[in-house]
Design a protein around this ligand. Structure first.
Ligand SMILES: Nc1nc2c(ncn2[C@@H]2O[C@H](COP(=O)(O)OP(=O)(O)O)[C@@H](O)[C@H]2O)c(=O)[nH]1
Ligand SMILES: [Mg+2]
Length: 328
């Protein structure tokens, strides 16, 4: 697959789509071209704000992305929408179905919506998401909205790939954390109580509850008081405030002051994480792909299942054959 990087850097969306397909490819013959492309893209990344968006199903994430994305475009940005979606290998990516909720954004020339990656590979379904973020940045998109469609791990993954992590909540009284584990709340840089147009009083109550829950929590970003906003993806209420909060966050974390600031330290840590992800991925593939391990595995599994071996003993058995010089 030939990628014309000049066209990619000029924002040619057909070339961008091709580049993403190459990066997401699991065909071994694409691996070198993908690496080569990344090598050329890496110096061009960074000029965006990457925003992770989580919230339980029905909270209004897709509707929010449509209206917030349009606000960003009105303010002069180019917006890319990506998804971290562990279910995508089964459903084909729920953002596809969501495209109906993103009709304005989906047809706007300053927006790019990419359905979820094909996923399903060893070492995590989001293996390529951060690289896709870089591709869209290199193509000139400067607001990246990363929606999570899963639960648990995908939310942590999204927080680990973004600069600013937004939680969207429903204004349910007495149900302050709505299926969102406390651990996820700890990742938040901002909470947006959505659907305030339905019941403003309820939404304000939710704001109060969330604010007090957050009061005792140490912000992930030092010195940052996590704001709880109330608004509506449907009417657009609260979206301007949110844009201001993101500006304040960028200023607070020193986005424009360069290396060493909290903003850039977070990105550096994420780059290191990228390396470790790749190492783990490679190790897992190498181990489970080893012919002797594959041969020994069914019997060893059987012995563990019947209680004849401990997990530790089984692992040692497999590592012994993994280490043997490969006779095949
Ligand atoms: N009244 C109202 N309805 C909303 C709002 N945001 C989303 N919805 C509706 O809530 C439902 C779920 O929204 P969706 O964006 O698909 O949620 P997601 O599952 O988090 O992506 C849809 O029927 C939306 O039209 C809002 O601010 N106000
Ligand atoms: Mg959705």
């Amino acid at each position: 697959m030939d990628i014309d990087t000049n066209a990619l850097f000029a924002g040619d969306r057909r070339m961008l789509a091709r580049a993403i397909t190459l990066i997401e490819s699991t065909r071994p013959e694409d691996e070198m071209a993908a690496e080569e492309l990344l090598h050329r893209v890496l110096p061009r990344i960074g000029s965006s704000v990457r925003i992770g968006i989580s919230g339980s199903p029905g909270a209004g994430k897709s509707t929010f992305i449509e209206s917030f994305g349009m606000k960003c475009i009105e303010a002069g940005s180019k917006v890319a929408v990506l998804a971290v979606d562990p279910s995508s290998s089964i459903t084909g990516g729920s953002i596809l179905g969501d495209k109906t909720r993103m009709s304005k954004l989906g047809s706007h020339e300053s927006a790019f919506i990419r359905p979820s990656p094909s996923g399903g590979s060893l070492g995590g379904v989001n293996r390529r998401t951060r690289e896709v973020i870089w591709l869209v940045e290199a193509a000139g998109f400067d607001r990246i909205l990363l929606e999570t469609v899963g639960v648990g791990q995908s939310e942590i993954d999204a927080a680990n790939m973004t600069d600013f992590y937004l939680l969207i909540q429903l204004p349910n009284a007495g149900d302050e954390l709505q299926g969102i584990k406390k651990g996820i709340l700890e990742l938040a840089d901002c909470v947006f109580v959505n659907k305030a147009d339905i019941d403003k009083t309820l939404a304000e109550k939710a704001r109060g509850e969330l604010s007090s829950a957050l009061h005792y929590q140490r912000a992930r970003t030092s010195g940052w008081q996590i704001p709880v906003l109330v608004g509506s993806a449907a009417t657009g209420a609260g979206l301007v405030e949110l844009m201001q909060v993101i500006e304040q966050f960028c200023a607070h974390t020193g986005r424009d002051t360069g290396p060493g600031s909290a903003f850039h330290s977070r990105r550096s840590a994420q780059l290191k994480e990228w390396m470790h992800d790749r190492i783990k991925d490679k190790m897992i593939r190498s181990f489970y792909g080893h012919p002797d391990v594959q041969k020994a595995l069914p019997e060893v599994e059987k012995q563990v299942a019947s209680g004849a071996l401990t997990a530790q003993e089984a692992m040692q058995k497999l590592f012994d054959v993994y280490r043997l010089p490969n006779a095949h």
